[in-house]
Every structure is written in structure tokens, then in C-alpha cells.
Design a protein around this ligand. Structure first.
Ligand SMILES: [Zn+2]
Length: 681
């Protein structure tokens, strides 16, 4: 009876009572939550005919609240701060929850009511958001298999349950490999590493009980600086090989067989629903609509990016030869020599830049930008405890000082935390049964500085961009002003959801804002103008590398999911042949190899959808240009129209939202310019 999920939370702003939630509370909450929702669906099905919007669609929106509350806490904790107990529950309940969701989606009585309403939608006098909500629910049920016969429905549900298990195992295997490996170094092994990288490695060692030594881990924020600065080619090679081998080791944590099974099950689902392959199925419900449209965009940058990367490699080789390397540049050399070129050509040293990107200052910068653009203010609430001492809690208010929501910032890498960066919610904004304020979390994996020494955590320019990116997703959830929960905030199409996050990055990197925000962590002085100019001059340097690395992974995703018969897929061979066919530069390779490509296989969300970042970049580059054209990064009229996009959630078609903001459809020119690819074709 002390299960917090069965009690009303009397915490401020509905914050989950983390101090009272224990792993064993989740199974009981899931079980009761599923029972409750089944009863709610049965009541909808049994309601009088003809179906009404309120007793069907609104009742559906209202259903499953206990399950939703428990699931959000569970999956957020499992991603940010997992434990063997949570991992076991995830393996146990992932298929049960998937089966439950399919049971709801494939209920014939429910579909009959929704379909009947949908057929009469013109006569129901619905508001625009309600009409779209009805459309979306109808489409969701059809895409889940509501039109199939009983046997095929059962097969669809079984496939979903098995996929949920495979996704869970895939992510756990990657985390396993990341926790297994570490490079333990002595003082003598630190050649080339600047102070901030040493401090982070010392802190990582401290946290692992290896005080006095230095540890490099497979977290991007740990290994990338190591590959960038370590003068020890042997160690760089060992680290890079461990990094790119995640998920490939034979044994219990091998992801290779999981990939084949996931791909086969997805293809079977697509075929059952009448599509040639999974990509066709997935893209049918996206802004892009077809794989041909996705391919067209990816190929528009692919050859220009390779051309730029070739020029970059030539510069790397020149400096490497001068330093005495008589072999070709290998993947574990690229970042190291790129840093040398950056230093020589632009007189830019990352160690000189980083003190201007202290974490706390950049968080303040993100908050300040949100205030200037959208009128939000952030107040620290250390009195509201979160799930881990590293997490900072902020209360968000609007211009009228009304409560908007809570924002949780979980910035540091640690064991038990998934790698990468992401934004999520403990609660979504909605207003239809009275106002509900959102509770939003941003996760990053920054390397913590030597906390005992009191040194501030310093970010790279890219880290700072990531911070702004996730914060952009956070704002999308915080600024949401919708009626229905399933339309809230980030519940938009996958290739549109990166627009609010990516456009927000521009407020970090714009010269005007760098002058304002990039201040030295000790002196508070703004970045000296010559250094700033050199930083800006180097902005598109190495964009060939970054674009190749990303686009190769996006093309691989598309090719994989276009395969109509992946039952005999050999992931290794597929990867090798892909690299050859597209002539992917071997010294660059893929940003994510299949065996640790969590976007594709630790869940279904970005499967046949990794292109979404580039798709949205067309919009964000073009959209931000509106502010530079207005010669005011905080132009009130533009900011107001941008806020409309953040507030709209999924209540309107994304292209209609964009046109209302920009006054026209997006153009690709700004994207090519910002990656330094214009004129490279
Ligand atoms: Zn994102």
C-alpha cells in the first residue's frame, strides 16, 4: 500500500516523489495501469452509438493515466540512472507493455467507433486541433493493423512484443560494452592532453576507485577529446577500436544477431500492412513522405561533403608528414591531425577556447536566450530533490511570472547512464481536464571536471551546441499550449521534431551571441575579438568530415530499411558492401556502426528516420536566416511567430506551421552554406 504510483502526489508541481519510488513499485504499477486502461477501453467500446467525439476520442486521450505516469518515470530512470533491478524490469515489461498497446490499438470495437467518427468528421463541427486529433488516432490505428484479419492482428502484436524485447536488449548490450571498457593511464601516458582532459580523466578515475590515475571511457565526451589530443598513436588506436567495436563482441552482449532479427520483424510488419519494405511504411507518415525524397536530400550533400573531406584530408596529410607520420591517415588519426591543422591554419587551440565555454555559463546563456526570445525565466529549486545529486531542478515561469513547468538538467556522464544526449518528459503539458504543467528533463554526457578541486566543467564548442540542442527540445515541451496530451509539445513527426532543437543551436553559435555569452570561466572577460574571429573563420573547417560521418550513417539506415527481405541479413557484410558502394572514406567511416546504432535498434523511433536531422537542418538553416536577414537575433515579431511553432505541438501540419513562420517554404541554400558545401558539387 506504500506504492507511490497508487497515491496522489502531494509534491510541489507534481514532481515524482523520487525518494519514495523503489524498483519493486514499477511491476505492480504497470500491471494495475494496464488493467485500468483495458477497463477504460472496454467502457469506450460499450458506450452508446453513434459514437461521439467526447465519449470516444476524448475518452481515449483520458485513458491510461496511471500507466503513463509509471512508464514515464520508469523509462526516464532506466535511461538516466539504471541499475540491474531496473534493467531486469525493462526486459520483463518491454514486451508486456508493447503487447498491451497493440491490444488497445487493435481492439475491433474501438476501431469501429473511431472509423465511424472519422467517416462523419465533416459533420461533427470540430475545432482544427480536434479534427487533426481524430485524423491522427484513425491513422495510428490503421498503421498498427486495425484493418487486418484476426490472425494477422495477432501476428502484428506478437511482432511488436518481440521487437520491444530486442530493442531493450540492444540498448543494454551497448551500455554493457561501454561499462566494460576503460583505458587506465598513468601520468606518463598523457602526452598531448591539455589540462581539462587530464582533469576529466582524473575525475573518471576517482569515480571508479582508481584515484591518482587517469581513465578514458567510451562516453563521447571522454573519448573524443582523447582522440583529438593524445599524441600516443598506439593508445588512440586502441581507444578508437574499442569505441567502434561496441556491440560487436561475440558472446552474450553481441548485437549482431539482434540486428538481423529486428530487421526481419520490421520487414514482416511492413509487408503485413501492404508496404514493400519498412522504409516505405515508416516514411509514409513523415514530412518527407517517400524514401526517394529522403535519398534526394542525402545525395545533395553526399558528393559535395566527400569532396570537402578530401581537401581536409590533404591538409591533414601535409601536417602529419611534417610531423613524421609516413603512413596513411587512419580513423584514429583524423581528429588528432584535424586539431593540428586547426591550430596551424586558424591559430586556434581547443584548450584556449574551452575556458570560454564553462558549463554553468552556457546553461545561463541558454536560459537568457529563452528569456529574450520567449519571455521564460528559470529559478533554481534545490529544495526539490531529483533522482540523482547531479541533477539540477529549475522552475520555469513566463513574462507574467506564472508557473510554466519544471526543467531538470542532468548533464554529467556516469556509469548507468545511456550515452549520447536526449530530452524527455516526466509529464506532458495538456489543458483539457484542467491545466497540467510539463516536467521536462535534458540529459547530456559531459565529462565532469575535477569536482573536488572546484574546477568548472568546460565544454567544447560542439558540447555547447549539444546543450542548446537538447534545450531546444526542452523548450518545445515547455512552451506547448495544447489541449490534448497526445498532441503535446514534441509529439510531432520525427523529421520535424529536430527543427525546434536545431534552430535553437544557432543562438549559441551566432557571432553576436558568442560576444555576449562566451566569457572566461575565471575572469568573466568576453572572448577576445581576435580569438572570436579565428573561431568563426574555422567554423566550416572539418565540416566535410562531420557531414560524411553523419550522412553515411543516414544512407546506411535508409538502405537497410529498404531491404524487402532482410531475413538473411549479414550485418557485417552489409556494412562492408555499403562502405564500398558509396565509397565512404575509410579514414572517416560511420558515425554509428550498426552494432551500436541505438537510434535504429535500441528503439524504433529513428528507424528509417536518422535522416531527420538533415531534413530539419534545411528548415533550421533557412529559418534562422530570417533572423539574420532582419539584422536582429531577437526580432520580436519573428520570435513571436517562432514561439507559435514551439507552442503548437501536433495541432497543425508542420509545413503549414513553417510557412506561417517564414512566409514561404524552406530552401536548401542556407544548409549548404552553413556546412561549407555551397559550390562544392
Ligand atoms: Zn534532437
Amino acid at each position: 500500500m506504500d506504492n507511490p504510483f497508487f497515491l496522489v502526489w502531494d509534491t510541489p508541481f507534481g514532481m515524482p516523489p523520487f525518494d519514495r519510488i523503489r524498483p519493486e513499485h514499477f511491476p505492480a504499477a504497470f500491471d494495475r495501469g494496464m488493467d485500468e486502461q483495458r477497463a477504460e477501453i472496454a467502457a469506450i467500446v460499450a458506450a452508446p452509438v453513434p459514437a461521439g467525439f467526447a465519449d470516444t476520442i476524448e475518452a481515449l486521450e483520458r485513458s491510461g493515466r496511471l500507466l503513463d505516469r509509471a512508464s514515464r518515470v520508469f523509462f526516464n530512470l532506466d535511461a538516466s540512472d539504471t541499475s540491474p533491478a531496473l534493467e531486469e524490469i525493462a526486459r520483463d515489461y518491454a514486451p508486456k507493455l508493447a503487447q498491451h498497446q497493440m491490444g488497445v490499438a487493435l481492439d475491433p470495437g474501438l476501431y469501429a467507433r473511431v472509423a465511424d467518427l472519422h467517416a462523419r468528421r465533416g459533420e461533427l463541427a470540430l475545432a482544427e486541433d480536434q479534427l487533426r486529433l481524430l485524423d491522427r488516432h484513425h491513422l495510428r490505428l490503421v498503421r498498427a493493423g486495425a484493418l487486418l484479419g484476426p490472425e494477422e492482428k495477432a501476428r502484428m502484436a506478437a511482432l511488436s512484443a518481440r521487437l520491444a524485447t530486442l530493442h531493450t536488449l540492444f540498448g543494454q548490450n551497448v551500455l554493457h560494452d561501454e561499462c566494460e571498457w576503460r583505458l587506465v593511464l598513468e601520468e606518463a601516458d598523457l602526452d598531448g592532453l591539455p589540462g581539462f582532459a587530464r582533469a576529466a580523466a582524473a575525475q573518471a578515475a576517482e569515480e571508479r576507485g582508481l584515484g591518482g590515475r587517469y581513465v578514458v571511457t567510451l562516453a563521447r565526451s571522454s573519448i573524443e577529446p582523447f582522440l583529438t589530443f593524445s599524441a600516443r598513436r598506439d593508445l588512440r588506436r586502441a581507444a578508437h577500436q574499442a569505441w567502434t567495436a561496441r556491440g560487436t563482441h561475440a558472446g552474450a552482449a553481441d548485437n549482431t544477431p539482434l540486428i538481423r532479427e529486428i530487421m526481419a520483424l520490421r520487414a514482416e510488419q511492413a509487408r503485413l500492412l501492404g508496404y514493400d519494405n519498412f522504409a516505405a511504411y515508416r516514411l509514409d507518415d513523415s514530412m518527407a513522405k517517400t524514401d526517394a525524397a529522403v535519398e534526394r536530400l542525402l545525395l545533395q550533400v553526399w558528393e559535395p561533403a566527400k569532396k570537402k573531406a578530401r581537401a581536409e584530408r590533404a591538409a591533414l596529410e601535409e601536417i602529419a608528414r611534417a610531423e613524421g607520420l609516413n603512413e596513411s591517415i587512419e580513423p584514429w588519426d583524423w581528429r588528432y591531425y584535424a586539431e593540428q591543422v586547426r591550430r596551424a591554419r586558424y591559430d586556434l587551440d581547443e584548450a584556449e577556447v574551452k575556458p570560454y565555454f564553462a558549463l554553468d555559463n552556457m546553461v545561463e546563456a541558454a536560459f537568457d536566450t529563452a528569456e529574450r526570445l520567449f519571455g521564460l525565466s528559470f529559478t533554481a529549486r534545490p529544495d526539490l530533490p531529483a533522482y540523482h545529486p547531479d541533477v539540477r531542478v529549475w522552475e520555469v515561469r513566463d513574462r507574467e511570472a506564472s508557473h510554466v513547468g519544471l526543467f531538470l538538467h542532468d548533464n554529467f556522464a556516469r556509469p548507468g547512464k545511456r550515452s549520447g544526449a536526449w530530452s524527455s518528459r516526466y509529464r506532458d503539458q495538456q489543458s483539457f481536464d484542467g491545466p497540467v504543467a510539463p516536467i521536462v528533463v535534458n540529459n547530456n554526457n559531459f565529462a565532469k571536471s575535477d569536482a573536488a578541486g572546484g574546477a568548472p566543467t568546460l565544454l567544447s564548442f560542439d558540447d555547447a551546441r549539444t546543450l542548446f540542442h537538447e534545450f531546444g527540445h526542452g523548450l518545445h515541451a515547455l512552451l506547448s499550449r495544447v489541449r490534448y496530451p497526445s498532441q503535446s509539445g514534441t509529439a510531432v513527426r520525427r523529421d520535424f521534431v529536430e527543427f525546434p532543437s536545431q534552430i535553437f543551436e544557432h543562438w549559441m553559435s551566432a557571432p553576436e551571441n558568442l560576444r555576449r555569452y562566451a566569457r572566461h570561466c575565471q575572469t568573466g572577460e568576453p572572448m577576445p575579438e581576435p580569438l572570436l574571429r579565428r573561431l568563426l573563420a574555422a567554423r566550416t573547417f572539418n565540416e566535410g568530415f562531420a557531414t560524411v560521418e553523419y550522412t553515411a550513417s543516414a544512407l546506411l539506415d535508409l538502405e537497410l530499411h529498404r531491404d524487402p527481405q532482410p531475413e538473411s541479413l549479414d550485418a557485417d557484410r552489409f556494412e562492408r558492401e555499403f562502405l564500398q558502394r558509396y565509397e565512404v572514406p575509410r579514414e572517416i567511416g560511420l558515425r554509428h556502426r550498426p552494432a551500436h546504432f541505438q537510434h535504429l535498434f535500441a528503439g524504433g523511433g529513428y528507424a528509417a528516420g536518422y535522416y531527420a536531422y538533415l531534413w530539419a537542418e534545411v528548415l533550421d538553416a533557412d529559418g534562422f536566416a530570417a533572423f539574420t536577414e532582419a539584422d536582429d537575433l531577437f526580432d520580436p515579431a519573428l520570435a513571436g511567430r517562432l514561439k507559435d511553432i514551439y507552442s503548437a505541438g501536433d495541432t497543425r501540419d508542420p509545413m503549414a506551421l513553417y510557412r506561417a513562420f517564414r512566409g514561404r517554404e524552406p530552401q536548401v541554400a542556407a544548409l549548404l552554406a552553413q556546412r561549407g558545401l555551397a559550390g562544392m558539387a
